[in-house]
Design a protein around this ligand. Sequence first.
Ligand code: BDR
Ligand code: CA
Length: 309
Amino acid sequence: MKIVMDMDPGVDDAIALILALNSPELEILGITTTYGNVSVEKSTKNVFRILKLVGKTDIPVFTGARKPLLGTPDYAEDIHGEEGLGDVSLSHPKIDPAGNAFDFLREVVRSESDITIVATGPLTNLALTILIDEQFVSHVDKIIHMGGAYNLTKYGYGNVGPLSEFNIYSDPYAASIVFNSGAEIFSVGLDVTRHPDAVFTAQEIREIGDRGGRIGKLLPRMVERMLNSEGYVAIHDAVPVAYLVDSSILKFMDAWVSVETSGLEAYGATILDNREWVPMELRQGAPIKVAYWIDGSKYKDLLWDRVFK
Ligand code: BDR
Ligand code: CA
């Protein structure tokens, strides 16, 4: 499967990228970067760091948005570390972006067919591309992204506010544009990425550090801040990549979703219209697919085999 990755590394974005790089089922045509967990300069640098770490420096990288459509970025350096990769310092690579994200996205979907876009940060790059290029989504096979909290499981509540998940909260206008674009959207929210079967305990992280290979050994220091703040480690962004490798890892349902762009407590909330007595065509929001179930042990085994071992 041909994919383009759009990301803000970010510890879990970095692991998602390594999983994709180590998966022969996936061919990465390019990587676009965005602000999010850290500034776009830092996230771009981190993509180059990971490509160097894995020895795949031939994949082109394109710089994207510095800020959301409205407002200012609210980075997550408390969780992802000042540089974005936790407390590991990887060697300084040559930072050599091949261009800007918007031109690349527009061109790549026309030069290749059946491209899947995997977005693991705020959706600003995709929204801007959709705004400037009316035909863009008609050239895309599907968009799968990590974001949202849909209240479909006990774990589908917010991580920034009570209802809002970080990637959507970072730019709810962008999320709304992407969800309403007519593209086939697969949304992988906290409902599944934070499911206890899919997260790592402190002891599991220690074991990966002890028994793992080169990247496994880095993991405890990458995720230390997450562990301290949440008591477990959820590698949110690798979940959509894992699904592309093995579609039995997630189950999706058809849903109608609106993104809250006003208000205070609910700013950035993803509201799913699950009123079963309302006919589908009358439900509120954009028609997308939302993940409601995860095979956590299969997911963790895949990460062990392809990233940590
Ligand atoms: C999402 O927010 C970011 O901090 C992570 O990288 C992930 O994409 C989880 O809510
Ligand atoms: Ca991310």
